[in-house]
Each structure stands twice: as C-alpha cells, then as structure tokens.
Design a protein around this ligand. Structure first.
Ligand code: SAH
Length: 362
C-alpha cells in the first residue's frame, strides 16, 4: 500500500471505518500526498481531459455567456469575474480574451478572481495567465473574494467535492464507509449513520436491497454560499459538470487515472475520485434563495450559444486537417456519445433576468 494508504489505514484502525466523503477528501487534498496537491492531472499526458482543454471554443462560449449575463444584470462595474477550481487556468484565459473582445468595458472594469484550493495548481494557473494583462487575484476560498457583484463560472468543480453514500440494508439506509479487509486493503462496509427519511426520494422504500443513494452536503454548502452572495450583492453563475438533472439511485463513485477507470479504493491519492453531480439538488439550493435556476445538457447549451458558428469561423482559414480537428472537437464537446449529454450545465441568476443559451428560459 502507498504512503497515503498507510496513513488512512492507521486512521481506520484507531477510529473505525471512515465515510466515503472523508476518504475522498483525504485522497484528493491531503497536504502531503493528495491527488490535487501533488499532481497536474489534466490533458493528454495526464489522467483526464476537461472541456476547456479540448478546445478554446468552450472557454469562449462561457465568456460570451458571462458577457450576456453582465448586460442582462445592467452592466454593473466594478464587478468580479471569478472561476472556482480553475485547473490549469485554460478556461480563464479564453474567458478573459473573449470578454476583452466582446465587452471592452467589462474587460477594463472587472477584476478576475481565481479560487483554488491546491497551491500547486494555483502556481500552474499563474504560469498560464502570466502575460494576459488583466487584474488577477488568487483566493483559497470564495469567502475571501472581496464584496460586490460577482460573475462566477466553474467547470468540473462540484464532482470533485466530497459526497456521501447510503446503502439499503435490511430495510434501512446505512452510510457506506471505508474499512479494512483481512489482507490489510480497503473495502466498503455499512456504517451506523442513517439517512433521515426527508432526505430520501419518495420511492426510497421500494429500492431493492443493496441500492445506493448519494448526497453531497459539501456541494450544497458551496452552492448555498454562492447563491447567498449573488442574492446579497448581485451577479450570476454558471456551472458545468457530469451528472443528472433528476435525482435517482445508483453508485456513481469513480476513479480515473491515465484516461481510464481505476478502482476507487486502490492507490489512494494516485487517481482522481469523483461522483456524478445531482443538478436538481444544486438548483433547489439556488431556488431556495429566490434565484432562477436553468439547466440543460452541455450539448444543448453550447449549440444554443453558437458553437457551430464559432467552429466555422475558426475553421475558415485552415486546411482540411485543421477543419477536421475542429469538427472532432465540436463532437467531443457537444456530441451525444461524448460530453454533450452526460455533461450538464446549470445557470443561476436573479429571478426575471434572462439567461442566454437556455432555450425556453425567461
Ligand atoms: N476547471 C478545471 C479543473 C477541474 S478539476 C478544468 O475544467 O480543467 C477540479 C479543480 O477544482 C481543481 O483545480 C481542484 O484543485 C479544484 N478544487 C477542488 N475543490 C476545491 C475547492 N473546495 N475550492 C476551490 N477549488 C477546488
């Protein structure tokens, strides 16, 4: 077992099985051996490729959405344009460039905030954005971002926040925990904590033995913080991730390493750990603050924002191979077999403020 595995095993030996949420938090953010604290996981040479790393078109369309939201909000200045969990800083680079071109007033009037929990990734972001020529600040949490109107965007942030699993056993829902097996490795065990009936879907009683139900208080808490801030000080937010628009049962805990699936309980800290995001839960948190929440698949949203037109513009001066590459990028970002349907997007704005890119939204 690796060093982080040994550390977790000692914790389990002394205090008993730990929740899936605690296991995930340690694996991703242990200061010495955590996945995000020690690695640069993105891109072809890493473990996985995210939408902004596939093509500049993704960040450009996010930038176009933020510009449209800024206009719809009455063009507030000064304003902070923030990204939480910026990875390598690629999306922010494309957003800043796009904002500067589409809305120079916003480009000059905004300060750009990067909220990043991993010091190593923050350093990488500084490198990516070194010559961008915009006002940039880094923060470890959204709490530290100065007061005022906020435009916020996140890609694949919420899937990386810890979540909890409950397993149906003998008619009860028991928290799934990580314990030790006889060989000294990790295995799932049923813990003692149960879920209050109010937190379960109405059909939870009919779920077969062994069913899994997931909740993510850490995600809800972050959405609560964002929504509270937007209501109090103005602004809008947009969030992309893989997940479902309606809650349901199922085990979505996954580990990814070198572009393939790995075992979640093997090699702690060496693989990315995530689960699917419940967009309905996040939308409910935002609506509880009185905000409007709109959701769609990533494919629907990108097409509505003009993905094909942008691809055409970028492809026009290129040769056949260049155009084929752009067309393949469009398929990866918006195609139903790729990210187009599995990935979803949620936008939150003050009630009555129109949202670009969501057909049918008021
Ligand atoms: N948005 C990037 C990276 C996604 S990976 C992209 O699409 O390529 C998740 C990112 O969120 C990493 O940068 C990780 O360090 C960061 N992160 C995870 N939890 C966080 C938290 N609580 N606050 C801020 N950043 C966080």
């Amino acid at each position: 077992m690796n060093r982080l595995g040994q550390k977790i095993a000692r914790l389990v030996e002394t205090s008993g099985p730990i929740s899936v949420a605690d296991y995930m938090a340690i694996c991703l953010f242990d200061p010495a051996d955590g996945y995000y604290t020690t690695r640069d996981p993105f891109g072809a040479g890493g473990d996985f490729v995210t939408a902004p790393e596939i093509s500049q078109m993704f960040g450009e369309l996010v930038g176009a959405w933020l510009v449209a939201a800024w206009h719809a909000l009455g063009r507030p200045v000064p304003v902070t344009l923030a990204e939480i969990g910026p990875g390598r800083g690629t999306m922010m680079k494309d957003v800043i460039r796009t904002v500067g071109r589409l809305a120079p007033d916003l480009g000059h009037g905004a300060s750009f905030a990067l909220v990043e929990a991993s010091p190593r990734l923050a350093a990488l972001q500084k490198e990516t954005l070194r010559d961008i020529g915009a006002r940039l600040d880094w923060f470890e949490s959204l709490d530290a971002v100065p007061a005022g109107p906020l435009l916020v965007a996140c890609n694949e942030l919420f899937d990386a926040l810890p979540f909890r699993q409950f397993v149906r056993q003998d008619g009860r829902w028991l928290e799934r925990a990580v314990g030790l097996d006889d060989a000294g490795g990790f295995r799932f065990v049923a813990g003692t904590a149960t879920l209050e009936p109010g937190a379960l879907p109405p059909d939870a009683d009919q779920a077969p033995e062994g069913s899994i139900f997931e909740i993510a208080p850490a995600r809800d808490a972050l959405m609560d913080l964002i929504a509270g801030r937007l209501v109090g000080q103005g602004g809008a937010g947009i969030f992309f991730d893989y997940g479902h628009l309606r809650p349901g049962f199922g085990d979505t805990f996954q580990a990814v390493s070198r572009h393939g699936f790995a075992r979640v309980l093997e090699s702690p800290g060496a693989a990315d750990l995530t689960s699917h995001v419940d967009f309905d839960a996040l939308a409910s948190v935002a609506r509880a603050h009185g905000l409007a929440a709109h959701s769609a698949t990533q494919g629907e949203f990108l097409l509505a924002m003009g993905l094909l037109q942008r691809a055409g513009q970028l492809g026009a001066p290129l040769d056949e191979a260049g155009r084929a590459k752009i067309s393949a990028d469009v398929d990866r970002l918006a195609g139903p077999g790729a990210m187009g349907e599995l990935f979803k997007v949620l936008a939150i704005l003050p009630a009555g403020v129109p949202a670009a890119g969501f057909p049918g939204a008021s």
